[in-house]
Design a protein around this ligand. Structure first.
Ligand SMILES: Nc1ncnc2c1ncn2[C@@H]1O[C@H](COP(=O)(O)OP(=O)(O)O)[C@@H](O)[C@H]1O
Ligand SMILES: [Mg+2]
Length: 206
């Protein structure tokens, strides 16, 4: 545990929420957030994610595409998991790929940027052998690190759900899995966001 004392969290600190987890601003450190699961699936997710980050640390991998993980903390809402908070250089909430593709104007105006960042995402995952579940656009963040500079990050979906993940330890299995997951990500784009997306984007990033 980072801290023996119990941190007090409440809805005024709520920063983001998905279907399994809540993400709170750390009450004492503006660079951190605290994640808690609010259902069983969420706890399973979190444990998979932090276990995977441990594996990456032990293997001295570059996982800077993922938020850094700093350990557990006691909170009034239960055990929390402390992560680097991903936000823009000016403190704004970072926009997600979903934000970019569900707005026809944002999508059209930033088409080249989206292609660039998604190609970058695929390269980073492949080069650093970072394993993910199927990627969802809401979990892919386009972090502004400067007025005109973006960096792609992932907040969720990392790790593997199989019992003995060979892909954690062997490059061949890692690469095979990453390419398979990328194909599934393209299917998500095709199926879930078809009305907003030109086939052109998929053509460019496949
Ligand atoms: N490290 C982080 N930095 C900034 N925001 C985050 C971070 N982790 C999660 N979030 C926010 O919290 C939301 C829920 O977290 P996520 O891990 O995606 O949970 P879920 O499994 O419920 O989708 C995200 O959509 C995002 O808005
Ligand atoms: Mg999520």
């Amino acid at each position: 545990m980072l801290d023996k004392q119990i941190l007090q969290l409440d809805d005024t600190l709520l920063y983001g929420q998905g279907s399994h987890k809540k993400c709170f601003l750390h009450p004492h450190n503006k660079n951190l957030c605290i994640k808690l699961a609010y259902n069983k699936g969420g706890q399973k997710d979190l444990l998979r994610e932090i276990n995977y980050i441990d594996v990456l640390n032990r293997r001295h991998k570059d996982y800077s595409i993922l938020p850094q993980y700093f350990g557990k903390v006691n909170t009034n809402l239960g055990t929390g998991y402390v992560f680097e908070i991903i936000r823009d250089y000016n403190g704004n909430k970072t926009q997600t790929l979903e934000d970019f593709i569900t707005s026809p104007t944002l999508f059209a105006e930033n088409f080249d940027l989206i292609v660039h960042l998604l190609k970058n995402l695929k390269d980073e995952l492949y080069k650093n052998e970072i394993i993910t579940m199927v990627l969802f656009p809401e979990n892919i963040l386009f972090q502004k690190t400067d007025e005109n500079t973006y960096r792609v990050r992932i907040v969720n979906d990392m790790g593997s759900a199989v019992l003995i993940p060979l892909e954690y330890h062997f490059k061949y299995f890692a690469h095979t899995k990453i390419l398979r997951r990328w194909k599934m990500f393209l299917d998500v784009l095709r199926n879930k966001y078809a009305s907003h997306l030109s086939e052109k984007l998929i053509e460019e990033i496949k």
